[in-house]
Write a protein that binds this ligand. Structure first.
Ligand code: NAD
Length: 264
C-alpha cells in the first residue's frame, strides 16, 4: 500500500509552533520524520520546544524568533527554512491571538493587533512561502488554522477574532484558486475548543482563574456534545492529512474538528 500519510523528510514551517496546537502538530510531524521551523514570538519557549522535539531523535526542529505581524516575517522565515533544510514543503499558519474583549470596549489598536497577527501575518507568510513554492516548481501545501468561529461566533467578546478568522477562511479559498496552477494546495482546519496554554489563561481582562475555570466548565457542558475540550494532538491528524499524499486532490477545503460544537 502507498504510504498515504507519509510526511518523512518534509520541511515544514509552523507559526506559533512553540506551544498549544502548533506544538502538538510539531510533535507529530517530527515523530513522522519531518523537519520543522518553529516560527514563534516567544523565543525562550520556542528554544525549549525545539530541544524537546530534537530529543525524539527523528526529524529536526529549529526555533526561529519572529513576530508574524511584521511585514518581513514571511520572507525571513522562508529564508531560514531553505537555509537550514534546503527547501520548503509545507507551511502551517497556526499563530493566532484571541483576546476576549467586547468591541464596545476594544481600542482601535487592540483591533488592529488581532487583524495584524491573525489575518495580515498569515497572508504575508503565505505570500512569501508561496513565492518559494513557485520557484521550487514542485508544488506545496499551506494549512491554515482557522476556527469554528470562522463559521459561527462561539461566545461574546470575540468580534475582532471572529472577523479575522472569517476572513482567513475566505482567504484560504481565494488563495487556493490562485495557487492551483502551481500545484500548491491551500486548506484550512477549523478547531473548536482545544485545551492549550492560550485557552488555559483567562481570556477576558479582569476575570480571575477561578471564574475562568467555572466559565470553561459551563461552556463544555452547554456547548460540546463530546463533553470535553480537544487536545492539540487531535488537530495534528488533520494537519498530517493535509500535508500528505492522502489529500492529493484536496484544495480550498475545510475540516471542522470540534467535538460536535457546531451541532449545538
Ligand atoms: N485553542 C483553541 O481552543 C482554538 C480553537 C480554535 C482555533 N484556535 C486557533 O489555533 C491557533 C493556536 O491557538 P492555541 O490555543 O494553540 O494558542 P496558544 O496561545 O496556546 O499558542 C499560540 C502560539 O503562537 C505564538 N504567537 C502568538 N502571536 C504570535 C506572533 N505575532 N508571531 C509569532 N508567534 C505568535 C505564541 O507565542 C504561542 O506559542 C490560533 O490561531 C487560534 O486562533 C485555537
Amino acid at each position: 500500500m502507498t504510504p498515504l500519510f507519509d510526511i518523512s523528510g518534509k520541511n515544514v514551517i509552523i507559526t506559533g509552533g512553540a506551544m498549544g496546537i502548533g506544538f502538538g502538530i510539531a510533535q507529530r510531524f517530527v515523530e513522522g520524520g519531518a523537519n520543522v521551523v518553529l516560527a514563534d514570538l516567544d523565543a525562550k519557549v520556542a528554544d525549549a520546544a525545539a530541544k524537546k522535539l530534537n530529543a525524539l531523535g527523528k526529524g529536526r526542529a529549529i526555533p526561529f524568533a519572529v513576530d508574524i505581524a511584521s511585514t518581513d516575517a514571511g520572507t525571513k522565515t522562508a529564508e531560514i527554512c531553505v537555509r537550514e533544510f534546503g527547501s520548503i514543503d509545507v507551511l502551517i499558519n497556526n499563530a493566532g491571538i484571541y483576546p476576549q474583549v467586547p468591541l464596545m470596549q476594544m481600542s482601535a489598536e487592540q483591533f488592529d493587533r488581532v487583524l495584524a497577527v491573525n489575518l495580515r501575518g498569515l497572508v504575508l507568510m503565505s505570500k512569501a512561502v508561496g513565492a518559494r513554492f513557485i520557484e521550487q516548481q514542485k508544488g506545496g501545501r499551506i494549512i491554515n488554522i482557522g476556527s469554528v468561529d470562522s463559521l459561527h461566533p462561539s461566545m461574546v467578546g470575540l468580534a475582532a477574532y471572529d472577523s479575522s478568522k472569517g476572513a482567513v477562511l475566505m482567504f484560504t479559498r481565494s488563495f487556493a484558486l490562485e495557487m492551483a496552477p502551481h500545484r500548491v494546495q491551500v486548506n484550512i482546519i477549523l478547531p473548536g475548543g482545544v485545551a492549550t496554554e492560550g485557552t488555559n489563561r483567562p481570556l477576558a481582562p479582569g476575570v480571575n482563574p477561578e471564574q475562568a475555570r467555572a466559565q470553561m466548565e459551563m461552556f463544555i457542558k452547554m456547548k460540546i456534545p463530546l463533553g470535553r475540550m480537544g487536545q492539540p494532538d487531535e488537530i495534528a491528524g488533520a494537519a498530517i492529512y493535509f500535508a500528505s499524499a492522502a489529500s492529493s486532490y484536496v484544495t480550498g477545503s475545510s475540516l471542522i474538528i470540534d467535538g460536535g460544537l457546531l451541532l449545538t
